[in-house]
Design a binder for this molecule. Structure first.
Ligand code: 4GX
Length: 307
């Protein structure tokens, strides 16, 4: 006994038979497709979750400062704002002054031993750090006396889940804060600033863009200069002729192998001319080394004005 809807199948006109067959085929096909789609979407989601698990899901920055407004404007800018909306990074701004207990909310005092300037009092900083940090928090203090921040430190820090950045002002902080609460002291370069706020912004920016998903899918951080160990090749956009200045022919050729080779060689040329020290740490192929030998025969870096 066939199912009810097929009981009268033999009585269908050939046209109707044809039509019902078509519908049935479509039904099976679409059913199969939707099943496949659901399976596929599931697979992609699974893979994304697995990839995220092996890397890092999100990084949480806390920043202690006397001037939180200086930082909030920057973090509400496009890329870092989107990263926060997408739950890839979290940024907590905390005013050190909120952790004072005295009537006048005083955060600084004159140095023991005399001399000029002011020193940040230990108590507000102790209270702030102890209340904000978690067990796994890495506490960073900015000063010119720290290890000089670079791309590999940014990479290292991007593997951590919780960073607490302490921004000092005045002539410095009470030494007991450093000794007791600071895990690492960093400098962003050999010059003197008025506070740790700019270094904190620099660190958050450099570390955040290494978190998968913060930059667009198209532009990952993997191709960065410093990630590849070389400086970047020159870039051009339209027009091909701007005030008589031409774009190199190879970039207009559409020949991708040649374009890749040109870019690689210009990277090597730039690095050799401007930062020869970086070549010692770069990962170089046989072809790269051969090209460098040629370059070095042509001219030493200091004498070569520009490429
Ligand atoms: N890279 N500064 C910190 C306050 C201070 C003074 C003495 C400790 C001891 C800087 C830099 C920097 C200026 C931030 C002094 N803290 N920080 N500030 N360069 O110059 O990170």
């Amino acid at each position: 006994m066939p199912p009810y809807f097929l009981q009268h199948y033999s009585e269908f006109s050939s046209e109707a038979k044809q039509l019902s067959k078509q519908w049935l085929t479509q039904l099976i096909l679409y059913g199969g497709m939707s099943h496949f789609c659901r399976w596929f979407v599931g697979r992609v989601t699974m893979r994304t979750i697995q990839e995220r698990k092996t890397k890092i899901i999100m990084i949480h920055f806390d920043i202690l400062t006397l001037f939180p407004d200086m930082l909030s404007a920057y973090f509400e800018d496009s890329i870092l704002k989107r990263a926060q909306e997408n739950q890839l990074i979290q940024i907590g701004l905390h005013n050190i002054r909120d952790y004072t207990t005295d009537k006048h909310h005083i955060v600084d005092d004159t140095p023991f031993g005399g001399g000029g300037g002011m020193v940040m009092k230990p108590d507000p900083l102790f209270r702030a750090i102890e209340s904000v940090r978690a067990d796994n928090t890495h506490v960073i203090f900015f000063s010119p006396q720290g290890r000089v921040f670079n791309q590999s430190i940014a990479q290292e820090l991007s593997q951590r889940g919780n960073l607490l950045l302490v921004c000092g002002r005045y002539e410095g902080v009470d030494e007991r804060v450093r000794e007791t609460l600071i895990d690492e002291e960093l400098s962003i370069g050999d010059y003197v600033l008025t506070g740790g706020e700019l270094p904190a912004m620099v660190l958050v920016d450099a570390v955040s863009r290494l978190i998968p998903g913060v930059l667009g899918a198209e532009h990952g951080a993997a191709q960065d200069s410093h990630a590849t160990g070389l400086l970047e090749h020159p870039h051009y956009t339209r027009p091909a002729n701007f005030r008589g200045m031409e774009v190199p022919d190879v970039l207009l050729s559409g020949h991708h192998a040649n374009i890749d080779q040109w870019r690689r060689q210009e990277s090597l040329r730039r690095t050799w001319q401007r930062r020869p020290d970086m070549l010692e740490r770069a990962a170089l192929s046989k072809a790269d080394k051969k090209f460098l030998v040629q370059l070095k025969q042509q001219a030493p870096p200091a004498e070569d004005a520009d490429g």
